[in-house]
Write a protein that binds this ligand. Structure first.
Ligand SMILES: NC(=O)c1ccc[n+]([C@@H]2O[C@H](COP(=O)([O-])OP(=O)(O)OC[C@H]3O[C@@H](n4cnc5c(N)ncnc54)[C@H](OP(=O)(O)O)[C@@H]3O)[C@@H](O)[C@H]2O)c1
Length: 314
């Protein structure tokens, strides 16, 4: 049984705990918080048998095999590095780190210590994105991908009230590109690989973080425009256009309804039965990597490519 300790006590760790409960070969042994009382309360909330607030003690605990890192983005690199150096497998939330060089260091550390390092970027492992990839040839010669993830954050109200919540704090790696744009970037790389060139523009908020932005990527023969926002709603579908047809995707972070229209033919709708919890697929992938039989090289390369695009667009 692969035993996780969780880092971070926000809602995403609750969702992760639920995903873990659906994967038989994995469990959560310890919930970590910087504050002991919060750690204990959170452990009870997610059904973890133990809690911890001593970071060094957690990393020295032989009963912990893996660490799930769900702290603010800028904190990931140091926590992941320490966990890997302690011989723990690491599943780190998206974006894995804020600098490409930090990712290279983490990958090197994971190899040196013989442990798994994986970014928890949901859609890379999602069956819906696999289906989009499979249907891509149906649109004919590819000409344009318009990928969108735009969702007004409830925490934007705090920004309007003069506060700086973590997710809108550039010091902690917050902002629309890193929080939501990354799903568009991850899908882009999974579908068509890295572009030849990129330009981007964004609208900065009072906090200094980007509230929304657009990235334009050029490929031989086609373009990709990516739109991400934490200050506007509702989300619009993503659209892939080719010379022979169009594929409309309901949600790029977890595609569930695809509409394919081929020139001169009626549209067809493809429904994808995804997992009950959208984080389940990444937990399966992580468990499989720890079990051996495959390497994380391709996943890590995709993360590196995404981080590179984020750096160019920032
Ligand atoms: N995969 C998804 O669908 C998804 C969804 C949402 C978020 N995320 C990712 O999950 C991560 C956490 O996001 P979030 O919005 O939940 O963050 P958050 O609420 O700002 O922080 C998460 C946790 O980290 C700890 N923390 C807060 N500030 C910290 C600091 N300065 N140093 C160290 N620890 C700190 C806190 O736990 P304690 O105070 O208890 O230690 C907090 O509960 C981000 O990387 C985000 O991109 C992923």
């Amino acid at each position: 049984m692969l035993t996780f300790a969780t880092v971070g006590t926000s809602q995403i760790t609750e969702v992760f705990a639920d995903a873990v409960s659906r994967v038989p070969e994995v469990r959560i042994g310890t919930a970590y918080s910087r504050h002991a009382v919060r750690a204990a309360a959170f452990a009870e909330k997610i059904g973890a048998p133990a809690s911890a607030s001593d970071w060094a003690g957690l990393l020295a605990n032989a009963a912990v095999d893996a660490i799930y890192v769900a702290s603010p983005n800028r904190v990931h690199a140091s926590q992941a590095a320490q966990a890997l150096a302690a011989g723990k497998h690491v599943l780190v939330e998206k974006p894995a780190v804020t600098e490409v060089a930090d990712w290279d260091e983490l990958v090197a550390l994971s190899k040196r210590h013989g442990v798994v390092l994986l970014e928890a970027i949901r859609n890379r492992f999602d069956p819906g994105l696999a289906k989009v990839r499979e249907l891509l040839p149906e649109v004919g010669t590819l000409r344009r991908l318009t990928l969108r993830y735009e969702k007004r954050s409830s925490r934007y109200d705090q920004v309007l009230a003069g506060e700086t919540p973590n997710i809108f704090n550039p010091e902690l790696g917050g902002g629309a590109l890193r929080d939501l744009g990354i799903y568009c970037i991850s899908a882009l790389i999974a579908l068509v690989g890295e572009p030849e060139s990129v330009v981007a523009a964004s609208v900065p908020l009072r906090t200094g973080a980007d509230g929304l932005g657009t990235l334009l990527a050029s490929y031989p023969g086609f373009l990709a425009d990516l739109h991400y926002s934490k200050i506007t709603s509702p989300d619009q579908p993503s659209v892939i256009q080719g010379e022979d047809g169009t594929l409309v995707i309901d949600a790029i972070d977890a595609p569930r309804t695809l509409t394919l229209t081929r020139s001169g033919a009626a549209s067809s709708t493809i429904t994808i039965a995804g997992p009950a919890n959208p984080m389940e697929s990444e937990v399966h992938r992580f468990a499989a990597l720890v079990a051996g039989g495959d390497t994380a090289d391709a996943d890590q390369a995709a993360t590196r490519a995404a981080l590179g695009l984020i750096a160019t667009a920032s």
